[in-house]
Design a protein around this ligand. Structure first.
Ligand code: SAH
Length: 369
């Protein structure tokens, strides 16, 4: 995707303002290609310089302006005065027995964030193996879903656009050319749509063919269902949308997901029906199954009805147990029964095999490090 296509409707002033660091310099990776063009033209330079610099940053992985050898010395010095390159610092890498890898990064202010790399070689019916990176968008999270450990931290701060898109860039750099990340999911710490502007700039840099160059088919943004931001996302970007539904009635959802008090489940599902999705796309509904809470056959029946009229697929996530919560995962048989009921009634439904539980890298386990 070209930068023009990926940046529609985005006013530049706010992007430049947000990319400015306390020292007055621009965090250059918190700009997309269009933002970088504005910065470069503001310095009185030719427009094509922006593309050169952009590729150095996102495709050639430089960490200093010094390394940009097709840029004149004087311009490099000028850039250095006006902008800075701020990669994440790798704090730790943990490997799980099942092949999952957790990357812990230290941000410039000492905050720690996580990305999780999940290989999936054993996919059904000759499907190509996947290598999915789960990316964080905030330090902590404000949504306070009762079952999720990230919620216990509260929201500490938003990640910058640079901090978000540097996760896939830097993991790929570490992997080298032999192992390519195939899919990116914004399902790590944080609520992506609660950090909308930075997240969208990061998405542009993931999609732009002159930067990370991922297809929109391979990027998914997951949300608790911030209705207005969801609509905006569907209008402004082509990426996949996943909604954490996690309940089959309004009351049940209110009990575990406080956001339901602001946007009711009914409102959320109506908004999903009305999203301007391209023909080939469906909304994924994530449904965390908690034993004795939302895993009964009545829940399954209600869920079938809720999906009525929405181009959807359901992803069941058996709860990942942890010492901090008295919540149990349903038996495999119950999960299967639930899934079968959905499938029998025409709802596409898969079960997420959660990975990396032994290193606390599974869904809902990214908490205080
Ligand atoms: N805030 C966004 C992005 C985070 S995605 C969202 O909620 O969609 C994290 C996913 O893990 C969500 O679907 C959440 O419902 C799920 N989750 C949280 N805690 C879990 C746990 N202990 N076991 C399984 N899934 C969990």
């Amino acid at each position: 995707m070209s930068s023009a296509e990926s940046s529609k409707n985005q006013p530049l002033e706010p992007q430049l303002r947000r990319a400015k660091r306390p020292d007055g310099r621009f965090d250059i990776q918190s700009l997309d290609q269009t933002g970088l063009q504005a910065l470069i033209q503001g310095l009185g330079k030719e427009r094509f310089r922006a593309l050169q610099i952009y590729k150095w940053l996102w495709q050639r992985n430089v960490s200093s302006f010094e390394e940009m050898t097709n840029i004149s010395k004087s311009m490099r010095v000028e850039l250095e005065n006006r902008a800075s390159i701020n990669p994440l610092e790798q704090a730790q890498v943990q490997e799980s027995e099942d092949g999952t890898t957790k990357f812990i990064w230290r941000c410039h202010d000492g905050q720690l964030i996580e990305s999780v790399l999940i290989p999936d070689e054993n996919r059904a019916n000759g499907l190509k193996p996947r290598l999915t990176l789960c990316v964080s968008t905030q330090v902590g999270c404000a949504m306070a879903c009762s079952f999720c450990l990230t919620g216990d931290m509260g929201l500490i701060r938003n990640l910058s656009a640079g901090e978000i898109a540097n996760q896939p860039r830097m993991v790929q750099q570490m992997l080298g050319d032999d192992r390519r990340i195939t899919n990116i999911v914004l399902m790590g710490m944080g609520e992506p749509l609660n950090n909308y502007e930075n997240m969208v700039v990061a998405l542009h840099n993931m999609l732009d063919e002159d930067a990370l160059n991922y297809s929109h088919r391979r990027i998914t943004v997951s949300t608790v269902g911030l209705v207005p931001a969801m609509k905006r996302l569907a209008e402004e970007t082509p990426v996949n949308i996943a909604v954490s539904l996690n309940a089959s009635t309004e009351e049940q959802r209110q009990q575990v997901m406080p956001i339901t008090k602001k946007y009711s489940m009914t409102q959320l599902l109506e908004a999903c029906k009305a999203l301007p999705l391209p023909k080939a796309k469906r909304i994924t509904f994530e449904y965390v199954m908690m034993a004795g809470f939302n895993d009964s056959m009545d829940d399954a029946k209600r869920l079938v009805r809720l999906m009525n009229g929405i181009r959807s697929k359901v992803n069941l996530i058996p709860y990942n147990e942890n010492p901090q919560r008295d919540i149990r995962r349903p038996s495999d048989e119950q999960v299967k029964r639930f899934q079968n009921h959905l499938v029998k009634h025409g709802v596409q439904c898969s079960v997420r095999v959660s990975r990396g539980r032994d290193i606390s890298a599974a869904c809902g386990q990214l908490g205080k490090i």
